[in-house]
Write a protein that binds this ligand. Sequence first.
Ligand SMILES: [Zn+2]
Length: 301
Amino acid sequence: MGSSGKNIVAPSSFVAAAFAVLLVVASAAGCTEVADRQDGGKIVVAVTIPPEQEFVERVGGDHVQTLLLVPPGADPHTYELPPGVLADVAEAEIYAIVGSGIEFELAWKDRITALNRDMLVVNCSRGIDLITTGERDHPRTDPHIWLSPRNAKIMVENICQGLMEVDPENADEYRRNADVYQEELDLLDSEIAEALAESGVEKIMVYHSSWAYFARDYGLIEIAIENEGKEPSPRDLERLIAQAKKENIKVIFASPEYSTRSAEVIADEIGGTVVLVSPLAKDYLVNMRNVAAAFARSGSS
Ligand SMILES: [Zn+2]
């Protein structure tokens, strides 16, 4: 293009002039959008839990700013928004809900969306095969969908669709970013499958039952210490200790968000150890690799 430029002086200056007009139009359009958006034009996306922050940031890049509702270390099964936060949340253009029945969203989603009728609610669970738990007369869905990389791919897809809807100008970029991250999730998935298959681990004993989707994907059985979200009774503990001995379980998994006391009691009784794994860490890819490695090691001890 450089060498042919001087032979077509008139047309190229015409093109340049037309392009300049286009630029003015484009930047004017950009300005109104900037004025509409908080924080220098970024799309504010409210999310419930930290792993969704990584999903949104990887797809949205520089165009998004996440607003995390359940802060690090807090429990999304019980967390209450502090007074005054609702007004900030109302500024979000998108609320990416996990959508799988987690208690925080059951309690707060309607109050959040009522404040801003223009807010797009992206249901990250759309298209995911939910696991039903609980008693037969009180069925509920297991909300921990994000702890399966295969589900995470679907969540990322839903987030990508939402961003493209709100900001069609940058749709191609969102698509590319989502493709790259989804490939990384595919790689994570195959690495975890391989690591767990090699380890021979079959059962994991965990304090808080959050790994059912993970267990379903990788053929594990999750044994939970908590009983319907409550501390185990002394009888529960006796049963779990007997089971751990019978199954030759040596590692009890607890998480930084919850008490480790009953995990320690069981570990003491079986001569095992307590290992912490987080179901809620923001650095999703790194965390999931670490968790899978910890599960795999527990199988070879
Ligand atoms: Zn949980």
